[in-house]
Design a protein around this ligand. Structure first.
Ligand code: SPV
Ligand code: MG
Length: 436
């Protein structure tokens, strides 16, 4: 009987480095590809360009591949125990770097199984991540960006979204990353916040900045990013207008709009009951949701209903009744908002909502109950966490401090030393600035 050779792959962009490993593996026996699923990839890297099925289709047609099985974890161990290969083959690039622990686990498991690890020299000059970076620099299309949010929701335990109100904050959301305990972390997308958008224009958050202006400026973010965008649609405006808003957002490649169940003059939710705000009736808001869904052209765009009951001081029961009705009316997700610092109300809501509805995505904006980690919020049943205002809240005090320091000293020396990035750094901040 021929031997079994296991080879883990993402196989998003096929290149000679990968076919070389397949050919090397085939010398030892039948090559079984452990094809990483979106779920396995999502917590470590950006989602592949191609879906699992598309990547599988490509691999099936490659010479030397005997079988393809899903690898549902970043770790190889569960699949090695399940398929018990005689060999596992991997490029020697995992000897160092963040995947070193993966290698250690594989060695231990193969030893237990009586199998062998084959490491083959890495093909110089060509890597999947290098090619992915090249592709990313070419940008995206509205449809690819739009549909990526639904993919992320189904692939990740929790989707992490950062507020962005201009091109620069868009670049921060797009490119900022950290490596913690061998895990690569970055933001999954952007939130176009009505609060930070209007505040950065010196205007109040009362729908005074009209949709045309907001979208005009959102174009700066669209120009320099590829990740999905969730648009804060405030109340959604008049029912008759909301369908037009949905179509405009879809055309731009926005993934979702969140509208809140308020009528009349909207004020920011974090005023809570300090501001007079009126909640829409369930029937009234459901009509708006239906109008939006009827106008939608793509399958992937999401209309998310935001419930303001807890903000208005009403009980969790009221929020539950409303949210179930909104889903019934066609909402693709719900956002539960609260300004309570304990988080208890949101937690109770999520638990009880999930008793009746296991799948509808729940969005949370933990601005006030910020002691909970994403992992904890995911345990409550939350699918999307939005950091709704932090870029602007971080920038503003720093700018005021700098302005005050210039005034205090009648010169900029002290301010530049204490509060400013070096000129050299800002000149090179934006990709493509300099002629090479
Ligand atoms: C926003 O960011 O504009 C929001 C969230 O709507 S909140 O400010 O908490 O109401
Ligand atoms: Mg808002």
């Amino acid at each position: 009987m021929s031997k079994k050779v296991y080879l883990g792959m993402i196989a998003d962009i096929m290149h000679p480095g990968l076919t070389n490993i397949i050919n090397e593996g085939a010398k030892y026996g039948d090559v079984v590809i452990g094809l990483f699923t979106d779920k396995a990839i999502a917590t470590h890297k950006r989602l592949p360009y191609l879906s699992y099925e598309q990547r599988r289709e490509v691999l099936m047609n490659i010479k030397g591949v005997s079988d393809i099985v899903p690898q549902d974890e970043w770790s190889y161990v569960p699949n090695l125990l399940k398929y018990k290969p005689d060999y596992i083959i991997h490029g020697d690039d995992w000897v160092q770097g963040p995947d070193k622990y993966i290698r250690d686990e594989v060695y231990k498991t193969m030893e237990k199984l009586g199998g062998e690890v084959i490491e083959i020299p890495y093909t110089q000059g060509i890597t999947s991540s290098g090619l992915a970076n090249e592709l990313a620099s070419l940008g995206t299309t509205p449809q690819a960006r739009l549909s990526s949010l639904r993919r992320l929701i189904s692939a990740k335990p929790v989707v992490r979204i950062l507020e962005s109100h201009n091109g620069l904050t868009g670049l921060i959301a797009e490119h900022t990353s950290v490596d913690i305990d061998g895990q690569h972390r970055e933001f999954d997308g952007m939130w176009s916040s009505s609060l930070t958008d209007s505040t950065s224009k010196g205007k109040p958050d009362i729908e005074a900045v009209d949709l045309t202006t907001r979208l005009h400026d959102l174009n700066d973010t669209l120009e320099v990013t590829t990740k999905p965008i969730i648009f804060d649609g405030d109340t959604g405006g008049k029912v008759e207008h909301f369908g037009f808003t949905v179509r405009t957002l879809e055309r731009l490649g926005i993934s979702a709009v969140i509208i809140e169940d308020k009528v009349g003059l909207k004020q920011n939710s974090l005023f809570g009951t300090d501001a007079v705000q009126t909640q829409d009736t369930i029937e009234g808001f459901c009509i708006k949701i239906k109008a939006g869904k009827a106008a939608q052209i793509t399958r992937d765009f999401m209309i998310i209903s935001r419930c303001e009951s807890l903000i208005a001081g009403k009980p969790v029961d009221d929020a539950l009744e409303r949210c179930h009705a909104y889903v019934e009316a066609g909402a693709d997700g719900i956002m539960i908002h609260s300004k309570d610092k304990s988080g208890e109300d949101v937690k109770e809501f999520c638990k009880r909502f999930r008793e009746k509805d296991a799948h509808t995505p729940i969005v949370a904006v933990p601005t006030t109950y910020n002691q909970f980690t994403e992992e904890e919020l995911a345990e409550w049943g939350i699918n999307i966490v939005i950091y709704a205002n932090h870029m602007l809240r971080a920038a503003y005090p720093a700018m005021v401090k700098c302005a005050e320091t210039i005034l205090t000293h009648s010169r900029s020396l002290e301010a530049a030393e204490q509060y400013c990035m070096p000129i050299k750094q800002i000149l090179n901040l934006i990709p493509g600035t300099k002629n090479k």
